[in-house]
Write a protein that binds this ligand. Structure first.
Ligand code: GRG
Length: 289
């Protein structure tokens, strides 16, 4: 059921990614190479599931917002793999972008994916101006100098020293969690109910952190083929990970606590359509890739 749902989301969003990127030059080719590679599109799935609970967004705007977020996520992965970042040569089951297109073009493809993510929100014909400002605000806060980019900086910094559990939670929250939280809030664009928004924000925050803890765990328990990326990356870069700091068992326990805390928020959301969000929260802590 959830697999069918995610597969449908992937089909719809991939189709739009193809349309908005186009294919008329090498940078567009490099953008397509990574954006259309095999991926879970969990963030797009979360946007659709979040919007399901109160239906403020129409289908076109859901597709725009889901595409925008997946473009940003792809940009972050391309840049994350660069020699100056994590220096990885394999991503989404194939050679990393810079291995195929060269470092300069990979940087440019990432940059272009980022600007395109904002362009498609600005050009959406169904969102009103205030919705667009809200979406752009949510996204810039999640990915900018106090969000994902800063998380990446702290992550690189953490290679040189031992960090505490609190510090690693902060890094994970910034680097990965905020974009997942943003997915939940994207699904709520148009909702003015502050109480409901607060509950859903906490839901997003908790599953976002759980997602990265499971990512750390999978690097130690899974294999390159299943994950579609190198499994020795954290070790090679001497990265501080949740598993390294508190051990695999405690990390798994913490991820499950976060999932339960997330799901408990939904009890106070007045909607009978929260089951997809619950299923996605469970999927995040049981996923195999
Ligand atoms: C600005 C030069 C410059 C670089 C920024 C911001 C950044 C680089 C990197 C962000 C940090 C990052 C890549 C976090 C990764 C989080 C994560 C768990 C990625 C994997 O996500 P999945 O499992 O992957 O959803 P798929 O391939 O399924 O989409």
């Amino acid at each position: 059921m959830l697999n069918d749902y995610l597969s449908e989301v992937r089909d719809i969003v991939s189709c739009n990614i193809r349309d908005v990127i186009g294919n008329s030059n090498l940078i567009e080719e490099a953008m397509n190479y990574s954006a259309l590679a095999d991926s879970k599109m969990i963030r797009a799935g979360l946007i659709f599931a979040s919007s399901e609970i109160n239906q403020y967004l129409n289908i076109n705007s859901k597709i725009t917002l889901a595409t925008s977020l997946e473009l940003i996520h792809t940009y972050s992965l391309i840049h994350d793999d660069l020699p100056s970042m994590d220096d990885d040569n394999f991503r989404r089951g194939k050679k990393a972008n810079h291995i195929v297109y060269g470092e300069a073009n990979a940087i440019l493809a990432g940059d272009a994916l980022q600007s395109l993510a904002f362009e498609i929100i600005a050009n959406d014909s169904d969102l009103n101006s205030s919705d667009k400002v809200q979406a752009i605000n949510l996204l810039t806060k999640a990915i900018g100098k106090n969000g994902m980019v800063y998380g990446q900086h702290l992550d690189i910094e953490s290679e040189k020293r031992r960090v505490s559990q609190n510090e690693i939670e902060d890094i994970h929250m910034l680097k990965t969690g905020l974009l997942i939280e943003c997915s939940i809030m994207f699904g709520q664009i148009g909702n003015q109910n502050k109480e409901e928004l607060d509950l859903l924000r906490i839901f997003g925050k908790n599953i976002g952190l759980a997602f990265q803890i499971i990512d750390d765990l999978l690097e130690t328990t899974s294999d390159k083929e299943t994950l579609g990326k190198n499994i020795d990356s954290d070790k090679k870069n001497n990265k501080s990970t949740y598993v390294k700091i508190i051990g695999a068992e405690s990390a798994n326990k913490r991820a499950n606590e976060l999932k339960e805390h997330a799901i408990s928020q939904l009890q106070n959301v007045r909607s009978d359509k929260v089951s997809l969000l619950i299923d996605l929260a469970k999927y995040i802590t049981t996923r195999k890739n």
